[in-house]
Design a binder for this molecule. Structure first.
Ligand SMILES: Cc1cc2nc3c(=O)[nH]c(=O)nc-3n(C[C@H](O)[C@H](O)[C@H](O)COP(=O)(O)OP(=O)(O)OC[C@H]3O[C@@H](n4cnc5c(N)ncnc54)[C@H](O)[C@@H]3O)c2cc1C
Length: 318
């Protein structure tokens, strides 16, 4: 099963692909690397999971560097530009100084609209009619860019200069080798919904591979990193305030005759610790906190018109 992926080109985003070339190490090797700390070795692999979970939970990361993976990737330049920002990998890339540029450009299969809240994101799709028109223009542009490139090459222009006007949609191919610790960092950042959809598609495939190749590490990673929520000090204050509000709203509805003045007093005191910018109409940090809080406790609906955004803006005082 561990060799299932090796040598298989897995398609990504219609024209790209990724292939696992080689893997060094296993969950057991990671656990064994950690055991050198106390000069012991353990053949019984049933003891590995407990240790791996401990390592992941406590940020004891170097044992995960003992495993390595080598991939071959075929990606458009704009995706690759984000990919190479991960400096802790080794790369050998197709050279467009040495060779004629790869004659393939990434064609969009959909045209996403600019997200109005997240300046780096997209949200929704362009209408089918507009998308069709843009795809036709894209095709003509790709054709013209390639023809100009080919013409320069034919006229003897050096490949290193002829390539200067090729679009970012041009494909490149590279070996990418990285240790598991830094690969998990790549996955944490690039499987996230804030990462661009195109690179996320590659990261999601690698994520699935890790599940098969390093199942114990994968589980610990999902639990302690990927799906974990970090609470800042501000978040903690706001969480306490929100929780008390939830309790207050529930009690007020369920026990209308109960005296709840002490709950209100505690809430008011906590509210003072919430910074003023969190009470404004637009506040990204507050909205991010509310997203995290919603993952912890989906906000109850119907309890006295309970509205967390209103509460965090200080508009709930009665
Ligand atoms: C959603 C998203 C949006 C982004 N937007 C932008 C942007 O607008 N502009 C932009 O320029 N970049 C942007 N980036 C790239 C980002 O800033 C990082 O460069 C990239 O994600 C690589 O992460 P990394 O440094 O953790 O990984 P790696 O380079 O693989 O490093 C792994 C870890 O090694 C350590 N390390 C590596 N090199 C150094 C060093 N020189 N000094 C100290 N420690 C080091 C750090 O602990 C680091 O976390 C974005 C990334 C994401 C995921």
């Amino acid at each position: 099963m561990n060799n299932y992926y090796i040598g298989r080109k897995i398609p990504v985003n219609s024209q790209g692909w990724i292939m696992l070339c080689d893997v060094m190490g296993s969950d057991h090797d990671i656990a064994e690397a950690a055991r050198t700390s106390y000069g012991k070795s353990e053949k019984d692999t049933s003891k590995d999971e407990h240790l791996i979970r401990y390592l992941m939970r406590h940020g004891h990361t170097s044992p995960f560097e003992m495993a390595e993976l080598k991939f071959m990737v075929y990606v458009p330049m704009d995706v690759w530009r984000q990919w190479v920002r991960h400096r802790t990998a080794s790369i050998n890339e197709y050279s467009t100084r040495y060779s004629v540029a790869i004659d393939q450009m990434y064609e969009a299969t959909e045209w996403r609209l600019q997200d109005q809240n997240n300046k780096q994101g997209s949200d929704g799709l362009l209408s089918e009619e507009d998308a069709e028109m843009l795809s036709e223009k894209e095709e003509a542009f790709h054709k013209a860019a390639r023809e100009l490139y080919d013409e320069r090459i034919k006229m003897g222009v050096a490949r290193e200069q002829a390539r200067k006007d090729l679009p970012l949609s041009t494909f490149t191919q590279a070996y990418w080798k990285i240790d598991l610790k830094n690969l998990l960092n790549f996955l944490r950042l690039r499987c996230d919904k804030h990462a661009q959809k195109e690179i996320r598609a590659y990261a999601d495939i690698i994520f699935d591979m890790i599940k098969v190749l390093f199942p114990l590490t994968w589980r610990a990673f999902v639990e302690y990193q990927k799906e974990a929520i970090t609470f800042s000090l501000r978040d903690q204050m706001a969480a306490s305030y929100l929780l008390l509000n939830v309790i207050y709203a529930v009690l007020k509805t369920e026990l209308p005759d109960k005296d709840l003045s002490s709950h209100k007093t505690i809430m008011r005191r906590l509210f003072k610790f919430i910074p003023d910018e969190w009470k404004q109409e637009n506040c990204r940090e507050r909205d991010e906190f509310l997203e995290k809080a919603d993952r912890l406790i989906p906000f109850p609906e119907g309890y006295d018109g309970f509205d967390p955004v209103k509460i965090m803006r200080g508009q709930d005082e009665d």
